[in-house]
Design a protein around this ligand. Sequence first.
Ligand code: PMV
Length: 321
Amino acid sequence: MKETVAIAHPNFALVKYWGKKDSKQNRPAMSSISVTVNSMISKTKIFKNSQSNHHQLFINGVEESDLSNILPPLMYLSEFSKSEDYLVIQSQNNFPTSSGLASSASGIASLVTAYEAHYDLQLEVNQKIEACILGSGSAPRSLIGGFVLMDYKNNYSCRQILEETEWPLDVLICIVSKEPKKISSREGMLISKKTSPIYQNWLDVNDRHINIALNAIKEKNFARLKNVTEKNCKLMHEVMKTSKPSISYLTEVTHSCLSEIENLRSLGHKLFYTIDAGPQVKIICEPQSSETIKNRIIDATDVIEIIHAGIGGSPKVLNEN
Ligand code: PMV
Protein backbone atom coordinates (compact mmCIF):
# COMPACT_ATOMS: atom_id res chain seq x y z
CA MET A 1 0.00 0.00 0.00
CA LYS A 2 1.27 3.46 -0.88
CA GLU A 3 2.29 5.56 2.12
CA THR A 4 3.70 9.07 1.98
CA VAL A 5 5.57 10.85 4.76
CA ALA A 6 6.41 14.56 4.95
CA ILE A 7 7.87 16.79 7.62
CA ALA A 8 7.35 20.51 8.31
CA HIS A 9 8.64 22.84 10.99
CA PRO A 10 6.63 25.23 13.17
CA ASN A 11 6.99 28.95 12.66
CA PHE A 12 6.74 31.71 15.26
CA ALA A 13 5.34 35.09 14.34
CA LEU A 14 7.41 38.18 15.10
CA VAL A 15 4.62 40.41 13.74
CA LYS A 16 1.48 38.49 14.57
CA TYR A 17 -1.98 38.00 13.27
CA TRP A 18 -4.83 37.85 15.78
CA GLY A 19 -8.24 38.12 14.15
CA LYS A 20 -9.87 36.77 11.03
CA LYS A 21 -11.11 38.71 8.06
CA ASP A 22 -13.34 35.85 7.13
CA SER A 23 -14.04 33.06 9.60
CA LYS A 24 -15.57 30.69 7.07
CA GLN A 25 -12.49 30.69 4.84
CA ASN A 26 -10.29 31.11 7.94
CA ARG A 27 -8.51 34.15 6.45
CA PRO A 28 -6.34 36.36 8.67
CA ALA A 29 -7.34 40.03 8.93
CA MET A 30 -3.74 41.26 8.70
CA SER A 31 -0.26 40.43 7.46
CA SER A 32 2.33 38.63 9.55
CA ILE A 33 6.05 37.93 9.64
CA SER A 34 7.47 34.74 11.09
CA VAL A 35 10.58 32.72 11.59
CA THR A 36 10.64 28.98 10.90
CA VAL A 37 12.53 26.85 13.45
CA ASN A 38 14.61 23.77 12.70
CA SER A 39 14.67 21.31 15.59
CA MET A 40 10.91 21.14 16.12
CA ILE A 41 9.23 18.80 13.66
CA SER A 42 5.77 17.60 12.68
CA LYS A 43 6.02 14.35 10.74
CA THR A 44 2.88 13.24 8.93
CA LYS A 45 2.23 9.92 7.20
CA ILE A 46 -0.82 9.40 5.00
CA PHE A 47 -2.27 6.29 3.36
CA LYS A 48 -5.62 5.08 2.09
CA ASN A 49 -8.01 4.00 4.81
CA SER A 50 -9.14 0.52 3.87
CA GLN A 51 -10.82 -0.11 7.24
CA SER A 52 -13.39 2.66 7.41
CA ASN A 53 -15.28 5.16 5.29
CA HIS A 54 -14.09 8.34 6.95
CA HIS A 55 -10.78 10.09 7.44
CA GLN A 56 -8.94 9.16 10.64
CA LEU A 57 -6.41 11.44 12.31
CA PHE A 58 -3.93 10.22 14.90
CA ILE A 59 -1.74 12.78 16.71
CA ASN A 60 1.16 11.19 18.58
CA GLY A 61 -0.64 7.83 18.32
CA VAL A 62 -3.95 9.01 19.78
CA GLU A 63 -7.03 9.17 17.56
CA GLU A 64 -8.56 12.66 17.41
CA SER A 65 -12.34 13.00 17.25
CA ASP A 66 -12.21 16.64 16.13
CA LEU A 67 -11.29 16.77 12.45
CA SER A 68 -12.44 20.36 11.92
CA ASN A 69 -8.92 21.66 11.13
CA ILE A 70 -8.07 19.00 8.55
CA LEU A 71 -11.36 18.44 6.71
CA PRO A 72 -11.43 21.81 4.86
CA PRO A 73 -7.86 21.38 3.49
CA LEU A 74 -8.60 17.76 2.53
CA MET A 75 -11.80 18.77 0.76
CA TYR A 76 -9.98 21.52 -1.13
CA LEU A 77 -7.11 19.21 -2.11
CA SER A 78 -9.46 16.46 -3.30
CA GLU A 79 -10.64 18.84 -6.05
CA PHE A 80 -7.15 18.50 -7.53
CA SER A 81 -6.54 14.81 -6.84
CA LYS A 82 -10.10 13.84 -7.88
CA SER A 83 -9.66 11.16 -5.24
CA GLU A 84 -12.52 9.91 -3.13
CA ASP A 85 -10.15 8.02 -0.84
CA TYR A 86 -10.58 8.24 2.88
CA LEU A 87 -7.21 8.58 4.51
CA VAL A 88 -5.43 7.55 7.66
CA ILE A 89 -3.33 10.52 8.78
CA GLN A 90 -0.70 9.83 11.41
CA SER A 91 1.01 12.94 12.71
CA GLN A 92 3.86 12.98 15.25
CA ASN A 93 5.18 16.12 16.91
CA ASN A 94 8.51 16.03 18.74
CA PHE A 95 7.19 18.84 21.01
CA PRO A 96 4.08 19.49 23.16
CA THR A 97 0.93 19.79 21.05
CA SER A 98 -1.70 22.53 21.22
CA SER A 99 -0.07 24.67 23.89
CA GLY A 100 0.95 27.69 21.85
CA LEU A 101 3.76 25.96 20.02
CA ALA A 102 2.39 26.28 16.49
CA SER A 103 1.71 22.55 16.16
CA SER A 104 -1.29 23.30 13.95
CA ALA A 105 0.89 25.24 11.48
CA SER A 106 3.52 22.52 11.11
CA GLY A 107 0.90 19.75 11.27
CA ILE A 108 -1.17 21.24 8.45
CA ALA A 109 1.87 22.18 6.32
CA SER A 110 3.22 18.61 6.62
CA LEU A 111 -0.20 17.19 5.71
CA VAL A 112 -0.55 19.41 2.63
CA THR A 113 3.01 18.50 1.56
CA ALA A 114 2.38 14.77 2.05
CA TYR A 115 -0.94 14.95 0.18
CA GLU A 116 0.57 16.76 -2.79
CA ALA A 117 3.31 14.12 -3.10
CA HIS A 118 0.95 11.20 -2.47
CA TYR A 119 -1.25 12.15 -5.42
CA ASP A 120 1.60 13.67 -7.46
CA LEU A 121 -0.28 16.96 -7.80
CA GLN A 122 2.36 19.61 -8.70
CA LEU A 123 0.26 22.32 -7.06
CA GLU A 124 0.87 26.02 -7.63
CA VAL A 125 2.25 27.87 -4.58
CA ASN A 126 -1.01 29.81 -4.13
CA GLN A 127 -2.97 26.55 -4.12
CA LYS A 128 -0.79 25.17 -1.32
CA ILE A 129 -1.25 28.42 0.60
CA GLU A 130 -5.02 28.16 0.19
CA ALA A 131 -5.02 24.54 1.38
CA CYS A 132 -2.94 25.50 4.43
CA ILE A 133 -5.01 28.56 5.36
CA LEU A 134 -8.17 26.45 5.42
CA GLY A 135 -6.55 24.40 8.20
CA SER A 136 -4.64 27.08 10.11
CA GLY A 137 -4.12 30.77 9.37
CA SER A 138 -0.44 30.53 10.30
CA ALA A 139 0.27 27.27 8.38
CA PRO A 140 1.19 28.84 5.00
CA ARG A 141 4.23 30.41 6.69
CA SER A 142 5.52 26.90 7.47
CA LEU A 143 5.69 26.18 3.72
CA ILE A 144 8.82 28.36 3.59
CA GLY A 145 12.06 28.38 5.56
CA GLY A 146 13.89 31.32 7.10
CA PHE A 147 12.09 34.61 7.72
CA VAL A 148 8.70 34.76 5.99
CA LEU A 149 6.17 37.48 5.16
CA MET A 150 2.52 36.51 4.65
CA ASP A 151 0.95 39.47 2.89
CA TYR A 152 -2.81 39.62 3.36
CA LYS A 153 -3.16 42.48 0.84
CA ASN A 154 -1.66 40.32 -1.87
CA ASN A 155 -3.96 37.35 -1.51
CA TYR A 156 -1.91 35.94 1.39
CA SER A 157 1.14 35.45 -0.77
CA CYS A 158 4.08 34.17 1.27
CA ARG A 159 7.59 35.24 0.52
CA GLN A 160 10.93 34.55 2.03
CA ILE A 161 12.64 37.66 3.42
CA LEU A 162 15.89 35.87 4.32
CA GLU A 163 16.92 32.26 3.84
CA GLU A 164 17.55 30.16 6.94
CA THR A 165 21.35 30.45 6.59
CA GLU A 166 21.44 34.21 5.97
CA TRP A 167 20.99 35.36 9.57
CA PRO A 168 21.95 32.50 11.90
CA LEU A 169 20.06 33.35 15.08
CA ASP A 170 18.95 30.85 17.72
CA VAL A 171 15.41 30.36 18.97
CA LEU A 172 15.05 29.06 22.53
CA ILE A 173 11.58 27.79 23.29
CA CYS A 174 10.93 27.92 27.02
CA ILE A 175 8.27 25.35 27.92
CA VAL A 176 6.31 26.86 30.76
CA SER A 177 3.45 24.36 30.69
CA LYS A 178 2.57 21.25 28.69
CA GLU A 179 -1.18 21.64 29.27
CA PRO A 180 -3.30 22.15 26.14
CA LYS A 181 -4.61 25.71 25.93
CA LYS A 182 -8.09 26.39 27.33
CA ILE A 183 -9.22 28.75 24.56
CA SER A 184 -8.28 27.86 20.99
CA SER A 185 -6.80 30.64 18.85
CA ARG A 186 -9.84 30.49 16.59
CA GLU A 187 -12.24 31.05 19.47
CA GLY A 188 -10.02 33.71 21.07
CA MET A 189 -9.71 35.65 17.82
CA LEU A 190 -13.48 35.74 17.36
CA ILE A 191 -13.97 37.06 20.90
CA SER A 192 -11.28 39.75 20.44
CA LYS A 193 -12.65 40.92 17.11
CA LYS A 194 -16.12 41.30 18.57
CA THR A 195 -15.27 42.81 21.94
CA SER A 196 -11.80 44.35 22.32
CA PRO A 197 -12.00 48.18 22.27
CA ILE A 198 -8.45 48.29 20.88
CA TYR A 199 -8.99 45.76 18.07
CA GLN A 200 -9.20 48.54 15.45
CA ASN A 201 -5.94 50.04 16.73
CA TRP A 202 -4.37 46.56 16.43
CA LEU A 203 -5.50 46.38 12.78
CA ASP A 204 -4.28 49.92 12.07
CA VAL A 205 -0.79 49.31 13.46
CA ASN A 206 -0.17 46.18 11.37
CA ASP A 207 1.19 47.94 8.28
CA ARG A 208 3.69 49.93 10.31
CA HIS A 209 4.93 46.93 12.30
CA ILE A 210 5.24 44.87 9.11
CA ASN A 211 7.35 47.55 7.41
CA ILE A 212 9.64 48.04 10.39
CA ALA A 213 10.17 44.29 10.85
CA LEU A 214 10.65 43.72 7.11
CA ASN A 215 13.41 46.32 6.95
CA ALA A 216 15.00 45.21 10.21
CA ILE A 217 15.23 41.63 8.92
CA LYS A 218 16.58 42.69 5.51
CA GLU A 219 19.22 44.82 7.28
CA LYS A 220 19.79 42.19 10.01
CA ASN A 221 19.21 44.96 12.53
CA PHE A 222 18.77 43.08 15.81
CA ALA A 223 17.80 46.11 17.95
CA ARG A 224 15.04 47.24 15.59
CA LEU A 225 13.68 43.72 15.23
CA LYS A 226 13.69 43.35 19.03
CA ASN A 227 11.73 46.59 19.51
CA VAL A 228 9.03 45.86 16.97
CA THR A 229 8.67 42.18 17.92
CA GLU A 230 8.18 42.90 21.61
CA LYS A 231 5.90 45.87 20.95
CA ASN A 232 3.75 43.79 18.62
CA CYS A 233 3.61 40.90 21.09
CA LYS A 234 2.61 43.18 23.99
CA LEU A 235 -0.12 44.80 21.93
CA MET A 236 -1.57 41.43 20.87
CA HIS A 237 -1.73 40.30 24.50
CA GLU A 238 -3.36 43.64 25.40
CA VAL A 239 -6.02 42.99 22.71
CA MET A 240 -6.63 39.59 24.31
CA LYS A 241 -6.75 41.05 27.82
CA THR A 242 -9.21 43.82 26.88
CA SER A 243 -11.57 41.29 25.25
CA LYS A 244 -14.75 40.28 27.03
CA PRO A 245 -14.34 37.78 28.54
CA SER A 246 -10.73 38.74 29.08
CA ILE A 247 -8.26 36.25 27.60
CA SER A 248 -4.88 35.59 29.13
CA TYR A 249 -2.52 32.81 28.18
CA LEU A 250 0.32 34.01 30.40
CA THR A 251 1.21 32.47 33.76
CA GLU A 252 3.46 33.47 36.65
CA VAL A 253 6.24 31.38 35.15
CA THR A 254 5.84 33.27 31.85
CA HIS A 255 6.34 36.53 33.78
CA SER A 256 9.36 35.22 35.70
CA CYS A 257 10.88 34.25 32.35
CA LEU A 258 10.37 37.82 31.10
CA SER A 259 12.14 39.21 34.21
CA GLU A 260 15.12 36.95 33.56
CA ILE A 261 15.23 38.19 29.95
CA GLU A 262 15.59 41.73 31.32
CA ASN A 263 18.36 40.58 33.69
CA LEU A 264 20.23 38.86 30.86
CA ARG A 265 19.96 42.01 28.76
CA SER A 266 21.44 44.11 31.53
CA LEU A 267 24.41 41.68 31.47
CA GLY A 268 24.93 42.56 27.80
CA HIS A 269 23.31 39.56 26.06
CA LYS A 270 21.37 40.21 22.89
CA LEU A 271 17.96 38.57 23.08
CA PHE A 272 14.28 39.30 22.64
CA TYR A 273 11.06 37.40 23.15
CA THR A 274 7.70 36.67 21.68
CA ILE A 275 4.68 34.82 23.11
CA ASP A 276 1.73 33.37 21.19
CA ALA A 277 -1.62 31.92 22.27
CA GLY A 278 -0.10 29.98 25.14
CA PRO A 279 2.25 30.54 28.08
CA GLN A 280 5.49 29.48 26.34
CA VAL A 281 8.18 32.11 25.82
CA LYS A 282 10.18 32.04 22.60
CA ILE A 283 13.54 33.77 22.88
CA ILE A 284 15.41 34.88 19.78
CA CYS A 285 19.10 35.42 20.48
CA GLU A 286 22.62 35.46 19.18
CA PRO A 287 23.99 31.88 19.23
CA GLN A 288 26.96 32.78 21.45
CA SER A 289 24.53 33.70 24.26
CA SER A 290 22.32 30.59 24.03
CA GLU A 291 24.01 28.44 26.69
CA THR A 292 24.13 31.26 29.26
CA ILE A 293 20.48 32.16 28.59
CA LYS A 294 19.33 28.54 28.91
CA ASN A 295 21.24 27.94 32.15
CA ARG A 296 20.01 31.17 33.70
CA ILE A 297 16.35 30.57 32.82
CA ILE A 298 16.40 26.96 34.02
CA ASP A 299 18.14 27.98 37.29
CA ALA A 300 16.04 31.06 38.06
CA THR A 301 12.53 30.04 36.94
CA ASP A 302 10.15 27.06 36.94
CA VAL A 303 10.46 26.62 33.17
CA ILE A 304 10.12 22.84 32.53
CA GLU A 305 12.52 22.58 29.63
CA ILE A 306 14.04 24.63 26.85
CA ILE A 307 14.03 23.49 23.23
CA HIS A 308 17.10 24.81 21.43
CA ALA A 309 16.47 25.57 17.76
CA GLY A 310 18.05 27.42 14.91
CA ILE A 311 16.30 28.84 11.85
CA GLY A 312 14.55 26.11 9.88
CA GLY A 313 13.84 25.26 6.26
CA SER A 314 10.83 24.33 4.16
CA PRO A 315 8.84 21.05 4.37
CA LYS A 316 10.27 17.84 2.90
CA VAL A 317 8.82 14.64 1.56
CA LEU A 318 10.68 11.78 3.27
CA ASN A 319 9.49 8.82 1.29
CA GLU A 320 6.88 7.69 -1.16
CA ASN A 321 6.30 3.99 -1.68
O1 PMV B 1 -3.25 30.21 12.78
P1 PMV B 1 -3.50 29.87 14.16
O2 PMV B 1 -4.90 29.45 14.41
O3 PMV B 1 -2.50 28.86 14.66
O4 PMV B 1 -3.25 31.18 15.06
C1 PMV B 1 -2.00 31.77 15.22
C2 PMV B 1 -2.07 32.88 16.20
C3 PMV B 1 -0.79 33.37 16.77
O5 PMV B 1 0.15 32.34 16.92
C4 PMV B 1 -1.07 33.95 18.16
C5 PMV B 1 -0.18 34.51 15.94
C6 PMV B 1 0.52 34.12 14.66
O6 PMV B 1 0.54 34.97 13.74
O7 PMV B 1 1.07 33.00 14.58
